[in-house]
Design a protein around this ligand. Structure first.
Ligand code: F6P
Length: 327
């Protein structure tokens, strides 16, 4: 499939992530530089189905690089999962003459893009926009750096009060299927235990490690748990620990959606700009249905079907290191 693209659509889809606006800005301005018309598809695939599609110019993306959220809004669309929904969406794209698409989002968003491309032949480019950092084909996703720094700032504050009271704090961070936020924020804050969905840990193991630390008079303990860990999350874990270790003064904090908001870090703004720029370059060069990623600081392209199928794996060495450093 190699045809000259003339009008592109850009959308954000799935959970928003800080830096999406920087990516939209880069896509719009690089497209205009290359004499392409640009249309913003609002509210993700829902907006594509409902024809919430509007032409953009250079001023549409002024003063947004520093803002969290997404000016295009986002959604998780159920209707788009059916062929009928995708057909409606494709007809709306065709009415506008849109013949190329840039989708900024995560795994679910790329699955939608891949289906649209296979069924209707529309060239798509994916940009990895998710705080979870769980996409294969890139070292970092847009938004992860900001989210993890938000978590670190909050956990540092929790450690102060944990220390003042000699308490155990169980902090739940985001990540239904991925433990990158837990792993990075846990390492950066010196957490005693880090529980991630990629590595099953029994509550018994956590209790043993806490008991052992109690014996050594290690009174301040931080457990960072990703929401998707097999323990069932912070509240469940705290309930079991309180039953088994009633002398331990235990508190729970769930960081939640605070991790998704806020001004993007410099790092996220830069990778979003680079990826957005290369999304258009890639379309212009006739390289379609790929996700633009960055490996070892070099732009690379992964076929969408592989980006969807494969997982970014956690290096087991990191887990070993966590245990040693927390002793
Ligand atoms: O995919 C990003 C993410 O923030 C996950 O870490 C989290 O599990 C999920 O989205 C929450 O989604 P929602 O905002 O739809 O509840």
């Amino acid at each position: 499939m190699s045809k000259q693209v003339t009008k592109i659509g850009v959308l954000t889809s799935g959970g928003d992530s800080p830096g999406m606006n920087a990516a939209i800005r880069a896509v719009v301005r690089t497209a205009l530089y290359n004499n392409l018309e640009v249309y913003g598809v609002f509210r993700g695939y829902n907006g594509m189905i409902e024809n919430d599609i509007h032409q953009m110019n250079s001023r549409s993306v002024a003063n947004i690089i520093q803002k969290g959220g997404t000016i295009l809004k986002t959604a998780r669309s159920k209707e788009f999962m059916d062929h009928e929904g995708r057909k409606k969406a494709f007809n709306n794209l065709t009415d506008h003459g849109i013949d190329g698409l840039v989708v900024i989002g995560g795994n679910g968003s790329f699955t939608g893009a891949e289906k649209l491309s296979t069924e209707f032949g529309i060239p798509c480019i994916g940009l990895p926009g998710t705080i979870d950092n769980d996409l294969y084909g890139t070292d970092f996703t847009i938004g992860f750096d900001t989210a993890v720094n938000t978590a670190v700032e909050a956990i540092d504050k929790i450690r102060d009060t944990a220390d003042a009271h000699d308490r155990l704090f169980i902090v739940e961070v985001m990540g239904r299927h991925a433990g990158y936020i837990a792993l990075h924020s846990g390492i950066a804050t010196g957490a005693e235990n880090i529980l991630i969905p990629e590595a099953e840990t029994s509550t018994e193991e956590v209790i043993e490690s806490l008991t052992e630390k109690e014996k050594r008079k290690k009174l301040v303990n931080l457990v960072i748990v990703a929401e998707g860990h097999n323990s069932g999350g912070a509240n469940n874990l705290a309930r079991i620990i309180q039953e088994r270790l009633p002398n331990m003064d235990t508190r729970v904090t769930i960081l939640g959606h605070i991790q998704r908001g806020g001004a993007p870090s410099c790092f996220d703004r830069v990778i979003a700009s680079r990826m957005g720029f290369h999304a258009i370059e890639s379309l212009m060069e006739g390289r379609y249905n790929v996700m633009v990623g960055i490996y070892n600081n070099v732009i690379n392209y992964t076929p969408l079907e592989i980006a969807i199928r494969e997982k970014q794996r956690v290096n087991p060495e990191w887990m070993k290191m966590v245990k040693i450093l927390a002793s």
